[in-house]
Unconditional design. Structure first.
Ligand code: GLU
Length: 570
C-alpha cells in the first residue's frame, strides 16, 4: 500500500506554513510534488498550514503564493491567485477551505471521534506539573515520557470535565506496537514503541497540533502521495498512528534529502543574518546604521544567534555594509535576477536525476518544466545529501539568459528592473534595453549583473571616473594621438542625425578610413571617453544608449581630464 508507484490519479500536496518567505528547500519540495502529480496525470494541491497564529502572516502567505506563481509551480486546487494573467487554485472537488485556520471544526470533529472511542484523551495536568516531571526525569537521567495520568480518569469523567470547559490538552493513546514507514526514497524505517509517548494532538489553546491537522487534511483532501523534506521523517510514524486510529488510509511517503551549503552546514534562513552579523563585528559598527531599527534592538540582534532582522532591514544593512547576502529564499533569487526556468531546473536536480544521457554521453542536466512534468519518476530520487552549488546554478542561469531572444530579454530585464532596480528602470525603457540586449544578455549571469555591464550609463556625465591607464593608452600614447582623432570625430558626431548603433559603427569606420588608421584607433578613445574604461559592450550600442549629447559632453570631459593630467605632469 505504501510503496510509491507512479500511479495514475494521484494527488500530491505542498503545505507551507506562512511564517516567512518561501525557502528554497520548500520550493524544491513544491516543484517535485508538482512534477510527480503532472507526470502521473494527477492533481497538485496547495494548502496553507496557518494554525500557528502567532507566527503566521497574511503577507508571508501572499509572498509564498506569488513566489510559486513566479516559478510556474501551478497548483490545481488551493487558495485562489490571479498571477500573470492566469487564475490558479480553486476548489473543484469541494475539499477546501485550504487554510488550516478555517478548518478547526473539522479537526475538532475528528478529535471528538477519537476521544469517544478511547483512542485519544484529554489530559488536565497544568504546564507546571508537566514541567516539574520533565525536570525530575532529566535529573534522574531516565528520559521523560508522559505518565498517562489522564487515562486513569474514566472515559465519562474525562469527557464531562472537558465539556465543562476545564483546561486540557488532548493526547493520542499510542498503540504498543512498532510502526514502519515504507519510504519510497529511504526504504523501510521502523520505530519501536519505546520511542513513542502519548503526544499532544490538540493544544491548550484549542488549536490542533500540526500532526493532527496534517493527517486530517491529507485524508480529507484525498492526498495519495506525500513528498516532503527529511526533517519530517521523525513525524511520520506519529502520523501513521493517527491515520490508523481514525481509520484513514496511509498515503505513500517519500522524504527528500535536506539541502546543504557546500561547507556541509544546513542551508538555513539564518545564513543571511549570520553573514551580516559577522560583517558588523568585523567593521566594528556599534550603533545601528539603518533607519527603522533602534540601537537597542540592533544590539540584541547582534548578540543573539537566533534573532533575525526583517528582510527589508537586512537588505538595507547589507547595502551599508557593502556585502552580498547569500540567496536563501525564492525572493532572494528573484531579486538577484535568476530566471524561474533556470532555478527550477537546478532545484529539480537537488534530489532528482533524470538518469538520461545526452548524445555526447554526458548526463542530461538541462531541461524545462514540460520535460520535468512529463518525465519525473520516483526512481530518479536520491537518498544522499543535496549540496547547493551556487556556481552551477549561476552557470545554468547565464545559459538561460543568453538563450533568450533579444525581445524576451528586454521584456524580462525591464520587468525585473521595475521591481528591483528603480534607478535602472528609470534610466532605460524597454526599447533601450532591447538595443542593449545583444551586448548584455551574453555577458551577464544574472539580471542584476546586467546593471554592472551598463553601469557607465547610470552615472551622470560629470561623475564618470576615468581610468588613468586606459586614458593614457587610448588617447595619449602612440604616433597618431587618440585624442586628436577623438576631437576630429567629435565634429562628425555633432552632425549625425541617425544615432543608431549601425549608423555610429558606419561613421566610425568612415572616419577611421579617412584618417588612414584602423578602426580600433578611433574606437578605443571613443569608448574610454564615453565609459571611463577600456571595456564596454560593442561601441555602437554603448554610444547609442548614451545619446549624442551625452557622448559629446563626455568627449569634452575626457579632453579636460587629459589636459589636467598633462599639466599635473609638467
Ligand atoms: N507545514 C509543514 C512545513 O511547512 C508541512 C509539513 C508537511 O509537508 O507535512 O514544514
Amino acid at each position: 500500500m505504501t510503496e510509491i508507484t507512479d500511479s495514475i490519479g494521484c494527488i500530491t500536496r505542498f503545505a507551507p506554513s506562512p511564517t516567512g518567505h518561501l525557502h528554497i528547500g520548500g520550493a524544491r519540495t513544491a516543484l517535485l510534488c508538482w512534477a510527480f502529480a503532472k507526470a502521473n496525470g494527477g492533481k497538485f494541491v496547495l494548502r496553507i498550514e496557518d494554525t500557528d497564529q502567532t507566527r503566521s502572516s497574511e503577507s508571508s502567505m501572499r509572498g509564498i503564493l506569488e513566489d510559486m506563481g513566479w516559478l510556474g509551480i501551478e497548483w490545481d486546487e488551493g487558495p485562489e491567485l490571479s498571477f500573470d494573467g492566469k487564475a490558479l487554485g480553486g476548489d473543484p472537488r469541494s475539499v477546501g477551505p485550504f487554510f488550516q485556520a478555517q478548518r478547526l471544526e473539522l479537526y475538532n470533529t475528528h478529535i471528538r471521534t477519537l476521544i469517544e472511542a478511547g483512542k485519544a484523551y484529554p489530559a488536565f495536568e497544568t504546564p507546571e506539573v508537566l514541567d516539574a516531571a520533565r525536570k525530575e526525569a532529566i535529573a534522574a537521567k531516565t528520559g521523560y515520557k508522559y505518565n498517562r495520568a489522564g487515562l486513569e480518569i474514566s472515559l465519562a469523567d474525562r469527557i464531562a470535565r472537558m465539556d465543562a470547559g476545564e483546561a486540557h490538552v488532548v493526547r493520542l493513546k499510542m498503540p504498543d506496537e512498532a510502526i514502519t514507514v515504507h519510504d519510497a526514497i529511504l526504504g523501510d524505517v521502523t520505530v519501536e514503541p519505546s520511542e513513542f509517548d502519548d503526544f499532544i494532538i490538540r493544544k491548550r489553546d484549542g488549536f490542533p497540533t500540526y500532526h493532527l491537522a496534517v493527517v486530517v487534511d491529507d485524508a480529507l483532501m484525498g492526498v495519495t502521495h506525500v513528498l516532503r523534506g527529511q526533517e519530517h521523517l521523525i513525524n511520520t510514524p506519529r502520523h501513521i498512528a493517527i491515520q490508523r486510529a481514525l481509520g484513514f488510509d496511509t498515503p505513500s511517503y517519500g522524504h527528500m534529502p535536506l539541502i546543504f551549503n557546500p561547507d556541509g552546514s544546513k542551508m538555513s534562513k539564518r545564513d543571511k543574518d549570520k553573514l551580516a552579523k559577522k560583517a558588523v563585528k568585523e567593521q566594528k559598527i556599534e550603533s545601528c546604521p539603518i533607519e527603522g531599527v533602534n540601537d537597542e534592538d540592533f544590539a540584541k540582534w547582534l548578540k543573539d544567534k537566533t534573532r533575525q532582522l526583517a528582510s527589508d532591514d537586512l537588505i538595507a544593512l547589507a547595502k551599508v555594509l557593502g556585502i552580498t547576502l547569500p540567496e536563501i529564499d525564492v525572493e532572494d533569487f528573484r531579486r538577484a535576477g535568476y530566471l524561474p526556468g533556470a532555478l527550477n531546473n537546478y532545484l529539480a536536480l537537488l534530489g532528482w536525476n533524470p538518469k538520461v544521457k545526452n548524445e555526447d554521453g554526458t548526463d542530461l542536466e538541462h531541461f524545462d518544466m514540460d520535460y520535468l512534468g512529463s518525465h519525473f519518476t520516483m526512481g530518479g530520487m536520491s537518498k544522499g545529501q543535496s549540496k547547493f552549488d551556487r556556481v552551477k546554478l549561476m552557470s545554468f542561469n547565464g545559459d538561460a539568459i543568453a538563450a533568450l531572444s533579444d525581445e524576451a530579454f528586454a521584456s524580462i530585464w525591464f520587468a525585473w528592473a521595475q521591481q528591483y532596480d528603480a534607478e535602472l528602470a528609470g534610466r532605460f525603457d524597454e526599447a533601450a534595453m532591447l538595443t542593449l540586449a545583444p551586448a548584455v544578455k551574453t555577458r551577464c549571469k544574472t539580471l542584476a549583473d546586467g546593471r554592472n555591464i551598463v553601469g557607465f550609463a547610470l552615472v551622470a556625465d560629470d561623475s564618470i571616473v576615468y581610468d588613468g591607464k586606459a586614458v593614457h593608452k587610448a588617447l595619449i600614447k602612440g604616433e597618431k594621438k587618440g585624442l586628436e582623432l577623438l576631437m576630429g570625430f567629435r565634429s562628425v558626431l555633432e552632425t549625425m542625425d541617425d544615432f543608431t548603433p549601425e549608423a555610429i559603427e558606419a561613421a566610425v569606420k568612415d572616419y577611421a578610413e579617412s584618417q588612414e588608421v584602423g578602426m580600433g584607433k578611433l574606437a578605443q578613445p571613443l569608448r574610454v571617453s564615453a565609459t571611463g574604461a577600456a571595456v564596454s559592450p560593442p561601441l555602437g550600442q554603448t554610444l547609442a544608449i548614451l545619446g549624442k549629447e551625452a557622448v559629446v559632453r563626455r568627449i569634452d570631459l575626457c579632453e579636460a581630464f587629459v589636459e589636467k593630467q598633462a599639466s599635473a605632469a609638467s
